[in-house]
Design a protein around this ligand. Sequence first.
Ligand SMILES: [Zn+2]
Length: 310
Amino acid sequence: MTTLIYSHPACFEHRPGPGHPESPERLKAVLSALQTPEFAALKWQDAPLGTREQVELIHTPAYIEEVTEVAPRSGYAPLDGGDTVMSPGSWEAVMRCVGAACAGVDAVMKNKASNVFCATRPCGHHATPSRAMGFCIFNQAAIAAAYARDFYNLERVAVIDFDVHHGNGTQDAFYKQPELFYASSHQSPLYPGTGSRTETGISHNIVNVPLPPGCESALFRSRIEAAMLPAIRAFNPQLMIISAGFDAHELDPLAGLNLEDDDFRWITEELVKIADTSCKGRIVSTLEGGYSLQGLASGTAEHVRVLMNA
Ligand SMILES: [Zn+2]
């Protein structure tokens, strides 16, 4: 068994407009990084389309209706006042994101892959149950967690999010659901402004690790070791989903943390160790942010290299 990569050409066709940082070029950079000889052992599959039933595990019917109505036949249509924009290809792209994450759950639960990386876009972790936000339309990481709980009867599913932004949408969706755990490291202050340590969920199932602007490797690792890893171990997940954003990279133009490629290797190794102990290594990782094409490509390569050798 090896690492399974889900991707789909439709994910290039979500086009939020010229100059938008969440561009199709991002996916091109990720795929180029993973198509070098070093990664020849990866197994690739087309991401299936997600289903409305899967989306409804997290999002309200009214919001899903809104997304279908806003989706344009030509040009662009804003969903949340400008940050999150739909183009004619956006609906299929987001449904491929949802389908990839849920198929990833199927693959690891049925022992068809040791772990999964979803090379899909757009990102999802800012999308709340009822609202698009921050480039995100549907929240594929949260949907995959709820899908695993409902269809595999899991009692403890964890989403770990190292994107530089707080995944307010995932936190909102999980806040009162003790079987779903969310841990996030993120720059603070920064968009979207949530993610303080005092936001702990109904049963300490939410763990926020805010990091100051300028934070470098040493501080990042010590905060993760002190505040995040013990909480994940204590939750003892039966499945781990990773919201893998690479915008905490020092090259990223949208944020101010100074992580290096090796930090993405390090945190992935730490998460793999916990998954090996708690859930037979079952990890489904899904791409979130990362807006320096170079930082995104090298960070993703570090992350997937660890998954591939796990
Ligand atoms: Zn981000």
